[in-house]
Structure formats: C-alpha cells, structure tokens
Design a protein around this ligand. Sequence first.
Ligand SMILES: [Zn+2]
Length: 348
Amino acid sequence: MFFRDLLGQERVLGFLKQALASGQMPHALLFLGPEGVGKGSTALALAQALNCQDRRPDQDACGQCRSCRLFAAGHHPDFWQISPEGEAANPQIKIEQIRELRRQTGFAPFAGVWRVILLKPAEAMNEAAANALLKTLEEPPANNLLILTASGERDLLPTIVSRCRRLVFNALPQSVVVQQLQTRRGLSPEAATLVAAVHGGSLGLALAEDLATLLAAREQVLSDLAGLDGGSLGQALDWASVRAKKGADIHRFLLLAQLWYRDLLVLACQGAAPQVVNQDRLADLVGQQSQLGRPVILQRLQALQTLQRQLRSNINVELALNAFTWYWRQTRRPAAGTGVSQPLAKHI
Ligand SMILES: [Zn+2]
C-alpha cells in the first residue's frame, strides 16, 4: 500500500508527508473518520514509507527495497494490527493485548527503523485496556508509532485523545466512489450511483456491497411501502411488528426508502433526472412522482425523517414503526382511504 494509491484525504497525507520529510513523526496518531474511507490503508502506507530504505522524493515508499517487499508479502515484522477479540456479539481489545504491546515495544524494532502498531478500532478497547494504553502514551517508547483509528472521539478516554495527534479523514466525494465502483467492480454507471449513495463517501463499504442483495432489499422496501398504502391498518401494524423483530435491517429499510423519496422529490422539484440515485428505475419514479404529487412526497419524507429521529433516540422500534405506519397512511390520497391528505386539504 502506497500513498499514491490512496484516494482523497489530501490534508491528512500532506501532514504525514511533512512529518516524514522533517523527521518529526508524532509517537501516537489518532485517525478519525467514518468506516471505509482509508484509515487502515493510510496507516499501512505510512508504516511502509517510514521503513522504506529508499524513500521517494515525495516521501512515498519505493516498492522495491527489502522492507517494501516484506510489506508487499504481508509479513513485515515491524507492522502489526491489534483487533478486537472474543465473542462475536461483543468483541473487544483486551488488557492482555495491550500488555503484549507494552512488552514488545520494550525491544527495538526487528527489521526496520520504525515499529508501527495499528489499533483498529480504538473504540473496541475496554476500560482496562484503555487505561493500560494510557501508560504507553505517557512514556512513549522510541521508534514506535501507535496509530489508533476511531469513527469519533466520543467513545474514547479524553486522556487518550489528548495524547495523540488527531487527523480527521473525510468521506470521499460521491463521484470518486462511483468511478471506483465502475473501474474496480465493473458496475454499470446506474448500479455504481445507487451503491455509492447507499454508502455515502465510504469506498470500503461500497466496494464490499453485494449488488444483487441491495437490489433485492430495495424491491422489498418498495413492496412494503406499497403494502402500507393498499392494506388495512391491521396489516400495517402486523408489518411493523415483523419489521421490528428484524433488528438492524430497519436502518437499511429507512435509508433505501429515503433515497427513493428523495429521488421523487428531485423529480417533483426540478425534473433533473441525472441527479436521481435510482437511475435504473427512472421510469417508475417519473410515474410515481406524477401520481403522488409534491405535497404527498414531502409528507412521506417527513414521516421517514421522524422515524429516523425516533430510532436514534432509542425509542422502542415497534412503537416507532407503529407511529410511522399511521403517519404514512395519513398521506394517502382520499380515494385510497383516509382523508387528511394534502389533496383533500386543497378542496377545503
Ligand atoms: Zn522501499
């Protein structure tokens, strides 16, 4: 992994290259940012550059020297990663792993100049592990670089954050993710646009997405929403109950529903087809947009936003979905059922 392979993150790379050039590398770095934007890859590229025997003028590793060849083979003895261990439901970075880190950093690096230890993700440290790490951060051993990754500072001890140099990674621009999905995964422009929208600017998650699974999930969402329109209130509440039991699935349901209605709103407001995310279903979107009209689309987006807020506030999922189905059914046109919708209001 090289700096030249990384996408975006110019500010972070600028800082790291400057530190390499001046020989003033901090002893601990904290990489902050969403999942899949290159934090781990950057740590690897930095470790390789630090240990390269013939670093290029732009501070990137050469790719040819003995150290670079060890990195390419995936077993450089001075780069290791500490990952959560233990049961799948609650994996943690444990104090034994930090004690081993402290023991190893007591020795000089084996092959290279710098030992680089990646703790990923740092939020996975339990309290005992975090306190043990604090001791290492207070008395940093020479020629050892600790790199912690985290999505945010909130779940880390402030004393750990304050002893690291913070570097913030941004979500990648959507256009970059779309282009990478086309070149690296061979996706069509339409499919790449949808996958990129689902994963924001997280290239790692977007590359790992299974397109067929995503498309099936979207069909299910559209079918569920159509069911809320057409079925009885009893059926809608049954649906809410079943959905609530599926757990994590609800966030994907919400996201796909929001993307669909966002597309309807784009078409209703501007008619700008190129900005639509569900490009492969453009004809359906155009038809539904003219059938629903802008006021109903807006009300439904509001219902989805309310559901999102409630789920974030840890309210009981089934209660939130019950309220959502009720609001959703209120937006139906009078001919389809209840009457408090915008088209009716226009007649009053
Ligand atoms: Zn090299």
